[in-house]
Design a protein around this ligand. Structure first.
Ligand SMILES: *Cc1c(COP(=O)(O)O)cnc(C)c1O
Length: 361
């Protein structure tokens, strides 16, 4: 059997990609917001009706930049159920992560528990729209306004997701995305930050380019988070294929949902109402960790490699100093498995995956 991984990087038309590379060779301009970065920003903005965005070299630096601007080395309320970059960025910026447990079905931060975690030191809320499922953005916005906090969304999984008719990237003071090769839309490595206010855009913009205000002047402290032309070329070649990619992934996800519809001891993700999803991940929540390990082993024996996204619960990571327990996040993290989901999975492969799982649960 061929190896089946949790994901397989989608490679766009090589001809189209090379037509962009040719432009780079012609201009001999490789970075510093060249023509291709500007073109990709414009096309993304138009295609997805974004208020404003800045492309970056990965999806972690924008989180760090937002926290540098708004974290103020204070307490940042965050979710324990995400990729490690969400929590490590808080620590990297000398802020303190204050975890709030998640909703058992939506798997996003439980907004009803946020207010009791706020103290005089709280500066921001950093929440993840995990698997592209929106947080309760309305309630979070109300809480943030009431307590004068900034809201940052780690929207790494949200390319193409709309909530109540508009891009999920348009919510929050800042939201960020990753264009890593394992993500839905990618530029090999890459990312973006999004915001709605001109004043915030300016701060983000200066921050991602060493704080430059012209060649000789500085607006303030900055870092280098710029996307290169080579990365943008990949993005421009990917962009026309996104409709096809999401359609194909929808078929895979629909197959899983159909196959598991009678499996009462397995839960799929519950999407928040009003969401047009992007089929970025297919998590299944099993009865307990023992079952998960059995399922994982049976799949591995058939050369199928799902991933334990996300394990462990981030309050349990060794370098995180957190004594509070997060019972829901810890429980979900111990028994959630993301199934293979990418363009090109065959019906035979999908049947093998679902039959192997059903035999173990
Ligand atoms: C992938 C990911 C990141 C990090 O993005 P990079 O582009 O790899 O730096 C951050 N947060 C979440 C939730 C992710 O899945």
């Amino acid at each position: 059997m061929n190896r089946i991984n949790v994901t397989k990087t989608y490679l766009p038309s090589q001809e189209v990609y090379q037509s962009y590379l040719r432009k780079i060779w012609d201009s001999a301009w490789l970075t510093n917001r060249g023509a291709l970065v500007l073109e990709l920003e414009e096309k993304l903005k138009e295609s997805y009706h974004l208020n404003s965005l800045i492309l970056t070299t990965n999806g972690t630096l924008p989180i760090q930049i937002a926290l540098k601007l708004f974290g103020d080395q204070g307490e940042v309320i965050t979710t324990p159920f995400s990729y490690v970059a969400t929590t490590s960025s808080i620590l990297w910026e000398n802020c303190k992560p204050v975890f709030v447990d998640i909703h058992p079905d939506y798997l996003t931060i439980d907004e009803t528990k946020i207010e009791r975690a706020i103290t005089s030191k709280t500066t921001a809320i950093l929440a993840t729209h995990v698997y592209g499922n929106p947080c309760n953005v309305e309630v979070i916005e109300t809480i943030a306004k009431k307590h004068d906090l900034k809201v940052i969304y780690d929207a790494a999984h949200c390319f193409g997701v709309t909530y109540k008719g508009q891009s999920l990237f348009n919510y929050g003071d800042v939201s960020t995305c990753s264009f890593h090769a394992t993500k839905l839309f990618h530029t090999a490595e890459g990312g973006a930050m999004f915001c709605n206010e001109e004043a915030i855009y300016k701060k983000l913009f200066y921050s991602h380019n060493f704080g430059h205000d012209g060649p000789l002047k500085f607006h303030g402290l900055g870092i280098n988070a710029k996307m290169s032309e080579l990365q943008a070329a990949m993005g421009l070649a990917m962009l026309p294929e996104m409709g096809h990619i999401i359609n194909e992934r929808k078929k895979v996800a629909t197959f899983y949902t159909e196959s598991f519809k009678d499996a009462s001891n397995l839960k799929s993700l519950k999407l928040r109402e009003g969401t047009e999803w992007n089929y970025s991940y297919y998590p299944i929540v099993l009865e307990n960790e023992q079952t998960l390990l059995k399922v994982e082993q049976a799949l591995n024996e058939k050369n199928i490699w799902p991933r334990r996204y996300f394990f462990p619960s981030l309050n349990k990571v060794s370098f995180v100093d957190c004594i509070q327990e997060m019972p829901i996040s810890e429980s979900i993290a111990s028994k959630v498995l993301c199934l293979p989901l990418y363009v090109g999975l065959t019906k035979r492969e999908l049947e093998l995956i679902t039959n192997t799982i059903k035999k173990q649960i």
